[in-house]
Design a binder for this molecule. Structure first.
Ligand code: NAD
Length: 477
């Protein structure tokens, strides 16, 4: 970062810091946030999305060079609205105090947990699903009664422009404010003393976020990435597995944090898998290079990164099969689906998160080998297992640790409100969605309420006979 950049960004950083201070002060003056206020924020978020669906879809498509509008509807607008509506339905119940048991020595006193907003929370979102990964955390922050500052990715300028123009029409700057900017602004943002910081992005940047938050003792939720494996067991219908794996892999051209990143396949099934994959792509994406349902890689940087992986694979003797008879196009960002076999363990396609429609295949002899392969690597965000035998599937699920799992499918565990969504180890920490999101942004305050009748005066000095007798009994029971 040059000195010039520093000067350029400074006014924005100063403004951001001032805004934070105002919001922080307000959050300390209005500690209790009633259901009506929370509901109205959720309703405003919902209305903003409902009113602007076409504008959102257009802006995101401009940012990607091309993003299928159907994908934007299915993967951004629909889950955003679903999440808001679920929180609107259940939030009032979630915020009620919960009664808990009181120790028998303290009865008839009572104990309960009071659910309090944390105050001002920070949300940092990535470029791959600019709406959903901003609005999802915002939903959780709002239902829990917080004010929020949102920092969107610098790689979605059109979406940001739409948001900057639209947000003030729905929200006051006291409840939600948008911060735009590059890395320097993002760094300053993550250094603000938020009451909680939820970051969605890469594992490497996640480390910086945690370091910055540590100096303020700001708790973090880190929604990170990594390599999510799909395992086809030897008792699986290959056709069904191919169908679900490519469905998940090709959403947003593979630029999905829980996209199946690579495949573990029983040895000997490579050719069959490839044939079925070719058939699947031809059926679902005919003329894929000009297919309105297929999205592009977002920018040149991402395109070049993936091209570099492919070149390295080729140079080290891997087999690359393009599905759909189309060539990658650096001008548009179109990258056809590919299956890559015969890869050396240390090639980038097997070490780095791919984030593109490319599926490396790793073969295995015994299921234990596949499990060992997964466990020898950083813990993934998602894991997919395919098979017709529940016991075999359960064996994979029980013996591996990942953020989440879909059995005989990909992606859709993210859409279940009853499930926590988050990573583990290198793929993240903490979680959100539904009640888990409410909990993430809520302080659970333990409250003990003494009764008029109580025996605690017996526990005061000067400690005498009665005290000793009481302690003797207490130690035994
Ligand atoms: P990224 O880490 O490059 O950027 C994410 C955000 O962090 C952006 O807003 C960026 O401005 C900001 N940022 C960049 N450098 C920073 C710094 N030094 N300090 C503070 N903030 C900084 O990620 P990306 O490329 O936008 O997104 C892709 C990654 O996100 C992939 O790894 C993907 O798996 C992951 N992801 C995870 C989830 C999830 O839910 N777990 C969802 C989507 C994407």
């Amino acid at each position: 970062m040059s000195a010039k950049d520093n000067t350029e960004n400074q006014p924005q950083i100063t403004k951001m810091t001032a805004r934070f201070k105002v919001m922080h002060q307000q959050s300390r003056q209005q500690v209790t946030v009633d259901w009506q206020t929370r509901l109205s924020r959720l309703e405003k978020l919902e209305k903003m999305v409902v009113d602007n669906q076409d504008a959102i879809s257009t802006a995101i498509s401009q940012d990607f060079g091309y993003r299928s509008p159907s994908e934007t509807t299915m993967l951004e607008i629909f889950p955003t609205l679903e999440g808001i509506r679920y929180s609107k339905k259940h939030g009032k119940e979630w915020m009620k105090p919960t009664k808990v048991t009181t120790g028998k020595w303290f009865l008839p006193a009572t104990s309960y947990i009071q659910k309090q907003p944390l105050g001002v929370v920070g949300i940092i979102s990535p470029w791959n699903y600019p709406l959903y990964l901003a609005a999802g955390p915002l939903t959780a922050a709002f239902v829990a009664g917080n004010r929020a500052m949102l920092k969107t990715s610098e790689f979605t300028p059109n979406f940001n422009q739409w948001l900057a123009k639209t947000l003030p029409k729905y929200f006051s700057a006291d409840e939600l404010c948008l911060i735009e900017g590059g890395v320097e602004v993002a760094q300053a943002f993550s250094a603000l003393p938020f009451d909680h910081l939820l970051f969605t992005g890469s594992t490497s940047v996640g480390r910086h976020i945690m370091r910055a938050a540590a100096s303020n003792l700001t708790p973090v939720t880190l929604e990170l990435g990594g390599k999510s494996p799909a395992v086809i067991t030897d008792v699986a219908s290959l056709e069904k597995a191919v169908n679900r794996i490519w469905t998940g892999k090709l959403m947003n051209a593979g630029q999905t944090c829980i996209s199946p990143d690579y495949l573990l396949l029983p040895t000997g099934l490579e050719q069959k898998f490839l044939e079925l994959s070719c058939q699947w792509v031809s059926k679902h994406y005919p003329n894929i290079a000009n297919n309105p349902d297929f999205s592009y890689l977002i920018n040149q940087r991402q395109f070049d990164r993936v091209l570099g992986y492919l070149k390295q694979a080729e140079q080290t003797g891997a087999n690359i099969e393009i599905l759909g008879e189309a060539e990658a196009n650096a001008e548009t960002g179109f990258m056809p689906p590919m299956v890559v076999t015969n890869l050396a363990d240390d090639t980038q396609l097997l070490t780095d998160e791919i984030f593109a429609p490319i599926l490396p295949v790793v073969t295995y002899q015994n299921l234990e080998d596949a499990i060992d392969y997964i466990n020898a690597r950083p813990r993934p965000l998602a894991l997919y297992v395919f098979g017709d035998d529940d016991k075999t599937n359960d064996k994979v699920v029980a013996n591996t640790v990942s953020g989440g799992v879909s059995i005989n499918d990909t992606i859709f565990h993210i859409a279940q409100h009853g499930l926590p969504f988050g990573g583990v180890g290198d793929s993240g920490m903490g979680n959100y969605h539904g009640k888990y999101g409410f909990d993430t942004f809520t302080h659970e305050k333990g409250v003990f309420k003494q009764s008029k009748i109580n025996f605690v005066d017996m526990l005061q000095p000067p400690y005498g006979k009665t005290f000793n007798k009481l302690m003797k009994v207490a130690k035994k029971l």
